[in-house]
Ligand binder design. Structure first.
Ligand code: COA
Ligand code: AMP
Ligand code: ZN
Length: 436
């Protein structure tokens, strides 16, 4: 069967002037719709902005930035632009001590999300004849349900394997003839390691051709190494829960930057200090405005992700702008095993234990292809050296941390004063992860 190269030709082949005309129309509609959000209504009133003031794309700059803190302050539903009864799902970030963030979706939002991500998968050549396996966590992780609905929308046979249990994942891959897998890059390495242990040769024993990798930073070298190990083409996928999840930007077959779907988002790159726009080609913080969302549109959302617009046209012909692979963050968020963690979450859990002093050190390491976190924490001077009590305290801290950050850290209790200080200041995070 001959399939079109486009999942949605109408939107994928828009030229720049058509993209901008559509963006303005959708931005105007979105800003008017945001008047239904208690948060945005108040904000617009404060700066005396009316929806009619948005007459050009340039007028977007009149709208203040929205931040993660705004989402926390309005937890759980204060930014919504529709009544709750119109919403059919929410996704929430980890965390119990501070307010997590919540993103609400109407049925239309979920449909549009599935369409956007199906478009991405179609763009890299996946077709209904493919068998797609998803190794993301389901539940609140948007990579789970997000890829699930999009793969079904595209018409693939879909294997919702979910995270972990690598031997079983590999059995699915070999038995079901899986051709495409979604995995975070560090887990792709784990899949290969276990293949080697099990005597599986990916080229000989599987039908794998395509890997979709995202959710954590990785380099071009890491991508090439994954491709070589697994005998696949690996395509970079960018998404974030605040923007729905995966499907925001995706590499095309050129593998040179990720097209950001400009019929869904307006992208700005700003200097994270001055918040002024930088030139195309220069690295800055990505700011995104959703222009195709009902339940909870976000205007000028500061992603904290550092990247740049790749100047010039893409040989694939799509005029949707391309962003480069992520270069880091403008905050201290850690991404471990595809899970986002803020050091403050760890600190807040540790502070609940009177047996502990205030200094701690988070170390991120790779051991046997697994990324791990250890947390060394100083005991308060007064605490016991009774081994049994120390062991049960370690277990309790580990459990409470896992509840908070969703991954299991290795906790070590160390004597007061023994953790390294740099120029008198405590060093909080050491990232020693090595991939490949
Ligand atoms: N994707 C798939 N599997 C993963 C994974 C990931 N991101 N991170 C870890 N795993 C696997 C491990 O390899 C291990 O399986 P194995 O021993 O059979 O190889 C298993 O999950 C447990 O991992 P472990 O590191 O022992 O557990 P943890 O308690 O520290 O981590 C997880 C808990 C795995 C549940 C948590 O890291 C998770 O759900 N990660 C998925 C996040 C995700 O999907 N992010 C994408 C969002 S788009
Ligand atoms: P989440 O909200 O859990 O989906 O996490 C979103 C964050 O994951 C983003 O803000 C990025 O920091 C990170 N991320 C997502 N995709 C990528 C990618 N392809 N490369 C690097 N980091 C990514
Ligand atoms: Zn392209």
């Amino acid at each position: 069967m001959n399939y079109s190269p486009y999942f949605n030709k109408k939107y994928e082949t828009l030229d720049r002037s058509q993209i901008e005309a559509l963006q303005l129309e959708r931005l105007q509609r979105t800003v008017a719709h945001c008047m239904n959000s208690p948060f945005y209504k108040k904000r617009f009133e404060e700066i005396k902005l009316c929806p009619e003031d948005i007459q050009s794309l340039d007028d977007l700059k009149r709208i203040p930035f929205t931040t993660k803190q705004d989402l926390r302050d309005t937890y759980p539903f204060g930014i919504a632009s529709v009544p709750l009864e119109r919403c059919v799902r929410l996704h929430s970030s980890s965390g119990t001590t501070g307010n997590p963030t919540v993103i609400l979706h109407t049925q239309k939002d979920l449909d549009e999300w599935a369409n956007a991500l199906a478009r991405c998968m179609w763009m890299v050549g996946l077709r209904p004849t493919d068998v797609f396996q998803n190794s993301s966590g389901y539940g609140m992780f948007t990579g789970g349900l997000g890829f699930q609905y999009a793969a079904e929308r595209l018409g693939m046979l879909t294997v919702p394997a979910a995270a972990g249990n690598t031997k079983r994942q590999l059995k699915f891959i070999t038995d079901f003839g899986t051709t495409a897998v979604h995995a975070i890059p560090s887990y792709a390495a784990r899949l290969y390691e276990v293949m080697v242990e099990m005597g599986i040769d990916p080229r000989r024993d599987t039908k794998l051709t395509t890997l979709l990798i995202g959710a954590e930073p990785h380099s071009e070298e890491q991508r090439r190494r994954i491709e070589e190990m697994l005998g696949v083409k690996a395509y970079n996928s960018f998404g974030m829960s605040e923007m729905c999840g995966p499907g925001v930007a995706f590499e095309c077959k050129e593998q040179n930057g990720m097209h950001i779907w400009e019929d869904y988002y307006i992208v700005e790159i700003v200097d994270p200090q001055t918040l002024e726009p930088v030139q195309d080609g220069e690295v800055g913080e990505m700011v995104l405005t959703t222009i195709n969302r009902e339940a909870m549109p976000l205007l000028r959302y500061r992603t904290r992700d550092l990247t740049r617009i790749i100047p010039g046209p893409c040989p694939c012909g799509r005029e949707h702008k391309r962003i480069d692979r992520m270069k880091g963050r403008s905050d201290d968020m850690i991404i471990l095993k595809g899970v986002n963690i803020f050091p403050i979450q760890i600190e807040q859990v540790l502070l609940q234990f009177k047996e502990l002093a205030t200094d701690y050190l988070i170390t991120l390491e790779t051991s046997d292809s697994n990324d791990e976190m250890s947390v060394d924490v100083e005991l308060s001077q007064l605490f016991t050296d009774d081994f049994g009590r120390l062991q049960s305290l370690t277990r309790e801290i580990t459990r409470r941390l896992k509840d908070e950050i969703l991954v299991t850290p290795r906790v070590r209790l160390v004597p007061k004063g023994s953790l390294p200080k740099s120029e008198g200041k405590a060093v909080r995070v050491k990232d020693l992860r090595k991939h490949f």
